[in-house]
Ligand binder design. Structure first.
Ligand SMILES: [Zn+2]
Length: 133
């Protein structure tokens, strides 16, 4: 029986099979304790020039999709996934996802401005209709 520690070591060594890697990454998304353990193992293996973030990116731990990041911004993700995305952004500080998030944020703000303008137009035209009566 493989211990979680051995599994995490193999994962960091890229020594796991595809299905085992997928299963572990799924587990990591769900299990906060396991994420802590992985970070601890990564920290122990850290030797100066290798930051945790660099190791993480090298091993390409699954980034959330753009859709998931959008849902994260709107605060409509279920708790487990939200924690994972939060961990990915804050702790791992994945540059790719942070850039994606900033872009989505700008887009959502632009959308909100358009909706507000539309509501104002509808309000003004219905106010005009009411006056005509
Ligand atoms: Zn990412």
């Amino acid at each position: 029986m493989t211990t979680p520690r051995e599994l995490l070591e193999s994962y960091l060594d890229d020594a796991l099979g595809e299905s085992e890697t997928a299963r572990l990454e799924q587990e990591l998304r769900r299990d906060e304790e396991l994420r802590r353990r992985l970070l601890a193992v990564m920290g122990e293996r850290d030797r100066g020039e290798h930051t945790v973030g660099a190791i993480w990116r090298r091993h390409r731990l699954s980034c959330p999709s753009r859709e998931q990041l959008g849902s994260f911004l709107l605060n409509v993700l279920d708790a487990g996934l939200r924690d994972y995305v939060d961990f990915h952004l804050r702790t791992i500080a994945c540059a790719y996802c942070l850039a994606n998030l900033a872009d989505l944020q700008a887009q959502q703000q632009a959308d909100a401005a358009v909706i507000q303008q539309r509501q104002q137009r509808v309000f003004q035209s219905s106010a005009g209709l009411l006056r005509k009566r």
